[in-house]
Design a protein around this ligand. Sequence first.
Ligand code: FAD
Length: 370
Amino acid sequence: MYDWLIVGAGFAGSVLAERLATERNERALLIDRRNHIGGNAYDRYDDNGLLIHQYGPHIFHTNSKQIFDYLSRFTEWRFYEHRVLAEVDGMQVPIPINLDTVNKLYGLNLTSEQLQDWFAERAEKIGEIRTSEDVVVSTVGRELYEKFFRGYTRKQWGLDPSELDKSVTSRVPTRTNRDDRYFTDEFQFMPKHGYTRMFEKMVSNPNIHIMTQTDYEDIRHIVPHRRVIYTGPIDEYFNYQFGKLPYRSLRFEHVTLNKLWHQSVGVVNYPQTHDYTRVTEYKHLTGQEHAKTALTYEYPSAEGDPYYPIPKPENQELFKKYERLALATPDVWFVGRLATYRYYNMDQIVGQALATFRRINEALPVGADT
Ligand code: FAD
């Protein structure tokens, strides 16, 4: 008899398995339908010995010391500040848009103060900011919106920014200084030996039994267990009874080149050209020294694994219906990005899992049912 059947071995499931096994000395069966642990953060060595991220680039960043300290129990870190360039009008310029982006693109020599005025002259007045288009057009104007955001968003989401919630482009700031870091969080690091090694250490407690290539549906009635932590898609758990929650998917093309470097930064975005949205070169992220270099091209698609919940009000309504069912389901805890139908960064999922652990402790004092 397992105390917990934990569905999904990504951050949500693995953090909870670790906490329950370590702090409550409870036995957990941690399963994943994929053939590996780590969820979407899984990384592996390719045939040439280059460390790559199977599901696209994952850069760890957080402002939470608590979350950083917790993960530091399972890994050493490599300092890494992420930088991204966008190829626009044949030039590669920093994104988020900053002083250098505008100066380079338009052959100007503006100061930070002058750039503020430059943006103000172009920003359009919009009554109520509702969509992704509104956010950008009201900050930097229509021309930069067209160059950097419109095409990229249409490729990424298959929708025009005017059809998407403001949250999508609100994630990308605009700067009038020369800061070209993609993130400004206090802690920006990569796990020194990769994410998979970190996960292996996290779930190494003998109270945790791991089964990969195992679907919840196939074992739920066979393996005796007291309670469930479910980190899979919430609509799937309830047999899609209200309909499917829409997701945007990606196809990843992993390529190894027989040269030292391909691009000058970790990620280059392509808002105007090509079918792919961006190209990642992992050696920038991992610090690995190797004569060859590994890249990933990302092609957005409607079909495939669920990656990005599509942020539209009607989809949230649908999710709320499933959430009501989840709240009324005893002994099952729904955690993680797929069970809560929202785009979360890794640190947010770790925070969500740690908060769930605290709620479990409150609801189920240790030893109460044994
Ligand atoms: P997941 O990692 O998806 O884990 C859920 C697991 O459950 C999966 O492995 C799945 O196979 C398994 N599962 C589902 N249903 C079942 C079932 N019925 N039976 C068995 N197993 C099941 N975050 C950052 O902080 N920085 C980044 O740079 C970053 N980049 C990203 C890039 C891309 C392309 C994507 C898609 C996401 C990125 N993220 C990034 C977000 C990050 O991937 C998530 O925050 C994190 O993976 C969520 O962890 P999770 O455990 O909730 O879900």
